[in-house]
Design a protein around this ligand. Structure first.
Ligand code: 5GP
Ligand code: MN
Length: 332
């Protein structure tokens, strides 16, 4: 992978740019895609952001969402954009398999591919790029890239809102250890531009439906199992549970974090039954490396304190298997 600075000459003339991110995109994924679109459009390029699938309702307000394509809903249009693009940019993922149905088209594409990401172990499929696991968010890295291009002055309120969203969501509202001084300087800079952080916080975190709030109550009372012996907690949600509460896209977001607010709980797992697989989400506090755990046992990955994976094993068997591993590894 050639350094990201080598991309700058490439962007001296107007380009058609296809920008994408991982499946089930979060605030950092959509924030970094849209911030890049706004920035590159200002530089005279023609960009299209393509999400591999649906995005959660709490990100629908983001500036630029209305022009974004959804590959699952608009496959033909998305592939047409991909075919005609001069450059492909991937943000907030580094392995094409994280884009689900876009994996094959991305692999087959022959245009230069640029990566901006903060996950471990980038695949050797990118022409140019930067991948720094110590960075809080891809949004922080897009901000760094804009500065590297000497374009700080081009950051407007739309870009600031997109960048701040990823910064806020990936740092757990500036709580996680990854929240460096640079993160706060960036937030301060965006504030100086006039960013309205309260409105963004409310749009992302305080926009729940009544049903989602009641579902949270149900999950914590009926489905959270605290396993003191292993400093762990696990929440397992079947399709039946989710149908019962008519769970919408994004309604399970953040559930995995709740058990970590219990004193002494260092490792939290959310097991979700999906139509085609069982999805695993892992979070830890302190020294238990959940990225390694996800990679070893659930074909996944992520970060030291936040990771995910998946399995084709049945929901019931997955719960048994997970508890067996827990007793073997004994998180501290
Ligand atoms: P979540 O639990 O929110 O789905 O994922 C937490 C973190 O782990 C995110 O940074 C996400 O990118 C990463 N992650 C989730 N699922 C996978 C996966 O299947 N493979 C890899 N490599 N990373 C994942
Ligand atoms: Mn991220």
């Amino acid at each position: 992978m050639l350094p990201i600075s080598d991309v700058i000459p490439l962007l001296q003339s107007p380009k058609k740019i296809f920008i994408t991110t991982h499946h089930k995109p979060d605030g950092d994924a959509i924030g970094s895609m849209l911030a890049l679109c706004h920035y590159l459009n200002k530089k005279g390029h023609k960009t299209t952001a393509v999400s591999p699938g649906d995005l959660p309702d709490f990100l629908e307000w983001m500036p630029g969402v209305e022009k974004m394509l959804n590959y699952e809903a608009q496959p033909k249009e998305s592939l047409e954009v991909l075919k005609n693009a001069d450059i492909i940019i991937g943000v907030d993922f580094n392995d094409f398999n994280r884009t689900k149905h876009l994996e094959q088209p991305l692999g087959a594409a022959t245009q230069p591919k640029i990566l901006i990401d903060h996950h471990l172990f980038p695949k050797d499929v990118w022409t140019y790029g930067i991948c720094i696991p110590d960075k809080s968010s891809t949004c922080e890295m897009v901000y760094d890239f804009i500065n590297l291009c000497g374009d700080h002055a081009l950051i407007d309120l739309d870009m600031a809102a997109c960048l701040y969203t990823g910064l806020m969501t990936d740092t757990g509202s500036f709580k996680f250890p990854i929240t460096t001084a640079a993160v706060h300087f960036m937030a301060a800079n965006l504030k100086q531009l006039g960013l309205d952080h309260t409105t963004i916080h409310e749009a992302v975190y305080d926009s729940w439906s009544e049903g989602r709030m009641k579902f949270l109550g149900y999950v914590l009372i009926e489905r959270m199992e605290v396993i003191r012996k292993y400093n762990s907690a696990v929440i397992a949600l079947s399709r039946k549970d989710m149908n019962l509460f008519n769970v919408q896209n994004g309604d399970t977001e953040g559930l995995v974090n709740y058990p970590l607010s219990i004193a002494g709980i260092k490792f939290s797992t959310l097991i979700t039954e999906r139509s085609d697989e069982v999805k695993m989400s892992f979070r830890s506090k302190g020294t238990f490396d959940v990225s390694n755990f996800a990679r070893l046992y659930f074909d996944g990955g992520g970060h030291f304190n936040a990771s995910g994976g998946r399995t084709k094993t049945s929901f019931a068997e997955t719960i048994v298997y997970f508890k067996k591993i827990l007793s073997d590894i004994h998180p501290k």
